[in-house]
Structures are given as structure tokens and as C-alpha cells.
Design a protein. Sequence first.
Lengths: 131, 324
Amino acid sequence: MFLGELERQVLQYLWVSPDADVKQVHAALAPHRESSLNTVQSALERLFKKGLLSREKKGYAYLYRAKIDREHLIAKLIDSVTGDFIDQGENSLVAAFSSVANELDEAQLDQLEQLIEVQRQQLLKSKNNVD
Amino acid sequence: MLINSWAVAMNLIAIALLGFFIAALIMSCAWLLLNKFINLFSIKSQKSLVWGWVAGPWVLGLITTLLFSPLFANTFLYRWIEKVAHWHHLYVFQMSSWHGISVILFVFFSVALISMKGWQLYQQNSAVQVLNAFSNSHQKNYGLYNVVVLQSDIPTAFTSGLFKPKCYVSSGLINNLSDKELDIVIQHELAHAHKKDPLSKLFIAFLSAYYPKKIAMDLNAKYSLITEHLADRATAMQHLAEDVAGTLVKVTRLQKAMPTQVQNPTLSFFGADNITQRVQQLLNPTNKSIPLLIPLSSMLIMLCLTVLAVDATHHLVESIFTHS
């Protein structure tokens, strides 16, 4: 998912001030960048099409709000960076330390921890014997 | 219709292609029969075997072409092979024949594949850029190492980038780990960066794409796990293997503890097997190397089969469709 600088600024503004129309977004961004109303409008449109915004018609204008909060968007981005696109049969090009292992339940993790502990004890014992 | 040198070149490409497909078919069957036994050998041997599997059809296709090519026409080997296998129209090539069409289809497939991988790469790079911007990322030094810290509660660490890979760690992970555990995570990621694993994964993904989908997925998953094992092992040079295994379990627990709406099912690439296998490999590493004779003799047998099958398939198809 690619977001241009303007799209990122729009999204950041809508996280703080939801339900804003294009004029409000334009006015809020004006001190930071020179963008025409049309440019801001098309950025809103693009974000809407990407499924990141929802909108509601109020009079003649649409009121926009973010559909996804910052933390969830970051989760989604991390997912697209570290995810292995398993359903498409594609492999990710990053190497993650470990990914969420939904299939491993608590009991299995406990078991692994026990296994590690047993080995730790054995190591300690053999070290003591050598000393 | 092409004749003489152009025809020879096109025929050699057609032979390479036929050899490539036959070798891929033989190696697919070999994978289905033998992939369970790969785990018996050391991780380094497993890595070489996976590379052998993905590069195999290309190497066998190329050698088959050389054996049929007129370059070695005066050698003993060529005369010997000619008795059992030959290409009966080396100096004539018809673009509209099945050879021409298969060459064209192969080129189309390869171009589509390169574009697809390029697009995937572009999308991942874009995601990294946006991630950097939104998570107020900043570079931080941990001892001698430089990593990018992402401001996010999601506990994650990964390495991204093809030629200059960078290591990313989230604040959510940093805040929940001890100094030693964090060092283990960073060392593990640096091992990936040092080996340029994202780049080698791209090569494996590209080369394996010529196999049937199930086998391609198997090969990619296997290679991905091998890179994890090797990074774990590199980390275990600086820390106790038990500590590395313990950190792995702890990070998995932290990731599981995230609210389910933040979790995403596609993040679960490392299934139960993978974390378990990594812990077991850290505690009891397999050190048995595969004797070189096994892959070499297997390749030789597959080469003979490929050469014979190229000849047989060629004759079989042309007894059905004759060149016009």
C-alpha cells in the first residue's frame, strides 16, 4: 500500500479531527503545504478508494472520517511488510524475527519453555560436575 | 522458416526449454518423494539442497543443450550420445512449430513473472516507506549496531531491503524485553541483514515459480525456515542457545497477546511447526552433512533421464504433429 505525503497528512489530520469536509481539511493543511482544494479533494478520494476513509453526505459536501486508526494501520503495514502472502503462494522478501503463530496455543508454548528449562538444568549440572 | 545459424540457436533454445521442463518434472517427483528426508541433514546441507532444487532444472536444461549442440560435434561424448539421443532438425527451425510456440510462451511467462515480482517488491518498499513515516521511526544505536525503531505497540522485529537491508524493531518489543533478550533479537536480525536474506529469498521465489505451485510454496517455506535456523545459530554464537530459544518463545507469546483485531491471519506464516522446529534445532542441532556423492550422482542420473526424455518427447510429439 503506497500513500503519498499529502495522503499521509490528510489521514493524520482526520485521526485528530474526524468528520471533516474537504474545505476543513484544506484549511488545516494550508499552513504546512500549498495544495489546491482540488488536490486535497483527489487525495481524499484516493484514500476513500483505498478503503482507509468512510464518508457521509451532509448537504452538498461529503464528511470524511478515518476508517482505521493509527495502530491498526501500522499493524496492517507491518503485516504487508512481514506477511508471507501465503494465500497467494508468494513469499515475503523480509525476514521477521517471528510472526504471530496463531496455531501455537499456550499449552504448546509452555511445553517448549519446559523443554528449554530441562536443557538449561542439564547444562548447569554438567557444568557443576566439571567444576 | 529459419535455416543455418539462427535455426541452430533457436533449436538449442528449444532443446534447453524441453530439457528444463523435463528436469523440472523429474525434480518435482523427486521433491514429493524425498522432501521428508531433507530434515535429517544439517541446516547448511538443507540450504544447498534447496538451492540445488531450484537451480536444478536450469542447470540440467543448459547441460542438455550443450550435449546436443554442434560445438562438441567432433567429440567422443557427442558421438556416444548421438547413438541414443539426437535432435533431427538442428539446422531448420519453424517459428510456428510447437518449439517456436513453447519458446514464445516461456518468454511471456518469464516477463510476467519478473513484472509480478517487481510489483511485489515495489509494494513492500512502499509499505516500508509509509510505515517509517507513520510510526515516527528513528535510527538508534544498540552498542555497535544501528537499527530503526518503529513507534508502535505491536511487538515486531524484521529485516527489509535487498541490497542494503535494515533491521527494524518496534518500541512495543523493546519495552517488553530485557537487554539480553533485545540483544538476541537484534543479533538475529543483523544475521539476516549480513547474509542478505531478503535478496536470496527473492531469487528462490523467482526460480521456484517455474515449479508447480504446491512445490514452489514448499520450497519457499523450507528456505525461509532455513534462513531462520541459520540466523538463530549465528545468534547462538554470542548467546546461550537456550536463551535464544527462550526469547523466541517469549516473542511468540507477546505477539499472541496482541488484541485479535490487530492480529492478522496472514502474519501466521510461522505455524506451530516452525517455532517448535526452531527451538528444537537450537537445543539439539542436526550436524550431519549430506555426502557430496548423493546430490552429484542424483544430478547425473537426472541428466541422463533428461537427455533421453528430450529425445523421446521430441520424437513422440513429432509423430503426432509433423512440422509443416
